[in-house]
Design a protein around this ligand. Sequence first.
Ligand code: SAM
Length: 250
Amino acid sequence: THFGFKTVDKQAKQGMVRNVFDSVAQKYDVMNDVMSAGLHRLWKDDMIRVLRPEPGMKLLDVAGGTGDIAFRFLKAANKRTTEDQTPAEVTVCDINAQMLDVGRDRGIDQGILHNIEWVCGNAECLAFPDNYFDAYTIAFGIRNVTNIDKALQEAHRVLKPGGRFLCLEFSKVDMPLINKIYDAYSFHLLPRFGEMITGDRESYQYLVESIRQFPPQEKFKSMIEAAGFQRVTYRNMTTGVVALHSGWKI
Ligand code: SAM
């Protein structure tokens, strides 16, 4: 690659992803705030707004890590739920048990104990029945998955007909000047921040590289369509630093 990193083969990637999140689990949330200057919170809030959580809704949040999407979802759904209504439920699925442990602790700290399940598993082979969930979310997770097409097919399988797929992911900036600044930031500063806070520069170099290698908006849209989703759309946030893709199982 132009950064001089080796291109990793698929199996090595899976192992590397596990190590990256093992090594950063405890400091992951702090790092998110530092690296995105708090913007990740707004991007995630936006995703939840688009999802429109409702009473009784069953969400699967894949690569759910330390629970940011799940907590936002439950809080938004519970606000709209009256006593006689079935509460919304969320299942957080992540390949890394340490991220899930941090998430569970954060949930307890915030008093979120009910209607949430933490499941260790791989996005490529989900241990859930067909046609089960009303919605599937994945935030900053899909670029880490080794076989993205397989993960998309699994998303389609576990959703009910009428169910919605939403994916938040780093994408391609569509303004040349901002792109230059963003490039300089992510190549020079981001791994340094990573090293300062977690003592682990390599993990953050991997993260930068994984962002570069992820397909741009239109290409990713066609991958979602190829998995069987319909009415696939996306919208850019912060000039394309992040994109939110949406699709429906019909
Ligand atoms: N969704 C959370 C958020 O937005 O804060 C966490 C995102 S974090 C950048 C990426 C997560 O993807 C990590 O927790 C990692 O363990 C998980 N992950 C990576 N590969 C995965 C896979 N194949 N299946 C499930 N989770 C995976």
